[in-house]
Write a protein that binds this ligand. Structure first.
Ligand code: HEC
Length: 111
């Protein structure tokens, strides 16, 4: 009974999808990555570069996407492609894995 209702509710695929997330959410490693990749230069919470949103603002924007891995993946790819954000090197140099990890980190609340 329980099993039947779980799978028909779509919960099982959802849990499966969640388990496929990158090990992303090891917050510490991600914070280190954000610092290594220069993200903090522009997005830090104290003195962000002019047009850059702070990590806090980004985290607030991304929090509603926390359980939407597909949307997060799309955002990560958009960031990497650079096209809509005026070609910021630090964005474009990210690998797909790094971008996905950082976007998940933001959705999880960042620093
Ligand atoms: C040279 C400064 C600079 C660096 C370095 C930088 N960013 Fe950005 N980033 C920006 C600016 C400016 C924007 C806003 C662009 C806009 O809204 O047009 C932005 C936007 C973003 C966004 C918002 C995208 C969206 O969906 O709206 C994310 C996420 C992001 N950056 C993540 C990162 C990550 C992760 C790194 C490190 C790999 C990084 N940034 C490094 C300047 C920077």
């Amino acid at each position: 009974m329980i099993r039947a209702s779980l799978s028909s509710s779509g919960l099982v695929p959802l849990l499966l999808a969640a388990s496929l997330l990158p090990p992303a959410c090891a917050a510490q490693a991600s914070a280190q990555l954000a610092s290594d990749k220069g993200c903090a230069n522009c997005h830090n919470n104290l003195t962000p570069k002019k047009k850059a949103p702070t990590f806090k603002q980004l985290a607030a924007d991304y929090a509603p996407l926390r359980n939407r891995p597909q949307t997060l993946r799309e955002r990560a790819e958009k960031l990497r492609s650079g096209s809509i954000f005026g070609h910021i090197d630090a964005h474009e140099r990210l690998s797909a894995e790094e971008a996905a990890q950082l976007v998940h980190w933001l959705a999880d609340g960042a620093p």
